[in-house]
Design a protein around this ligand. Structure first.
Ligand code: FAD
Ligand code: MG
Length: 320
């Protein structure tokens, strides 16, 4: 293969996740700049350290509004909009519960029910008050915490795509720990693996895309077991406990990774039937559901191809 068609991979660990960048040119300087960009956004948005703009907002809960930079404000606004509809499974104010459960972190255990109930009362997204003119955010009740863990990687993946484009790259792929965004159309497309739940790196199949994002939310990435029951990191904002339905994972194929990240969480909460119904009015957002009973349900398949690699799974859905 001529050098111009070789793929070069660059790796880093950021946001507690393995990061993979693929370029079609050997350009370590560009790769370093991409990783630096991701780190800058991590420093603004993280809630896993005491200092960040989002943590400044959280520390001032119940006291006063905090002025944040425009990208942080816009992302919080977007996360709030996804949280407000009745029955939305997405809630940017879920922070106190995420911190209490500690799923994926040291000391994770099932909290007492009365504590969960008490924390639920300070997770109302309507109490995240935004002031557009001042670019400020106010959490009206003490103890409230914003958590952008379900949306920030999607946002950052889009910024990486835009940056690569601006730098003149025609082809590139960024994988932020399961959150994939692609730039351009290589000869055979970009192949993104669909992971088999609870089976390490084994794959159910391959998703082939061009200029598209592929985001997966699964119960198998971060979880712990207690008394034989599994507790994973996507919490139901209505109950305060991990979402429990027929799904092992949801993958969204969309143009922007931001949409993918929001919709994986929304659709996870809806389940297969309601999720497919919701997507009928959104031809730009497509989903692949993996159920606990080893079905792969595809909502529609206009912007990607899917190749099944594990025949213990069967494909069903509106396209087959
Ligand atoms: P998604 O399914 O997209 O989101 C799940 C995550 O969203 C949960 O982990 C929780 O944070 C939050 N959440 C749970 N329920 C809901 C809900 N109903 N609505 C909205 N949000 C919900 N991990 C580390 O181990 N160490 C780190 O230092 C670290 N730093 C990070 C810094 C940043 C800026 C980001 C974005 C992530 C970081 N992470 C870190 C990972 C983070 O803790 C989450 O595990 C990760 O963002 C989950 O992404 P996902 O795509 O797997 O899950
Ligand atoms: Mg998400």
């Amino acid at each position: 293969m001529p050098d111009s068609h070789r793929v070069y991979s660059y790796n880093a660990v950021l946001m507690g996740s393995p990061i993979l960048l693929k370029l079609f040119s050997h350009d370590e300087a560009l790769a370093s700049r991409v990783f630096r960009l991701i780190k800058q956004y991590e420093d603004l948005l993280t809630v896993n350290r005491a200092d960040s703009q989002v943590m400044d907002v959280n520390h001032a809960a119940g006291q006063h509004p905090v002025v944040v930079s425009r990208p942080v404000f816009d992302l919080i606004r977007c996360a709030k909009a996804a949280s407000l509809p009745t029955d939305s499974a997405f809630n940017l104010a879920i922070g106190p519960l995420v911190k209490r459960w500690k799923i994926g972190f040291k000391g994770d255990a099932v909290p007492p029910a009365d504590e969960i109930a008490a924390l639920l009362s300070i997770t109302d997204p309507a109490n995240v008050v935004l002031d557009d003119a001042n670019s400020s955010v106010f959490l009206t009740r003490q103890g409230m915490e914003i958590d952008l863990g379900a949306i920030a990687k999607g946002y950052i993946a889009d910024r990486v795509r835009d940056y690569l484009h601006k730098e003149g790259a025609e082809l590139g792929l960024i994988n932020l720990g399961g959150n994939v965004q692609t730039l351009g159309s290589p000869e055979d497309g970009w192949h993104v693996g669909l992971k088999k739940p609870f089976a390490g790196d084994a794959l159910i199949g391959a998703i082939t895309v061009e200029n598209r994002s592929v985001v997966t939310s699964g119960t198998y990435e971060r979880y712990f077991e207690q008394n034989g029951k599994r507790y994973h990191h996507i919490l139901d904002p209505r109950t305060g406990y991990p979402l429990d339905n027929e799904l092992d994972s949801v993958t969204i194929i969309s143009q922007d990774s931001l949409d993918g990240d929001i919709w994986t969480t929304l659709i996870y909460g809806m389940g297969v039937e309601q999720g497919c119904a919701a997507l009928r009015s959104r031809p730009d957002i497509e989903a692949i559901f993996v159920t606990k009973t080893k079905e792969v349900v595809i909502s529609s398949m206009h912007h990607f191809r899917f190749t099944l690699l594990d025949d213990s799974y069967r494909i069903t859905g509106s396209t087959v």
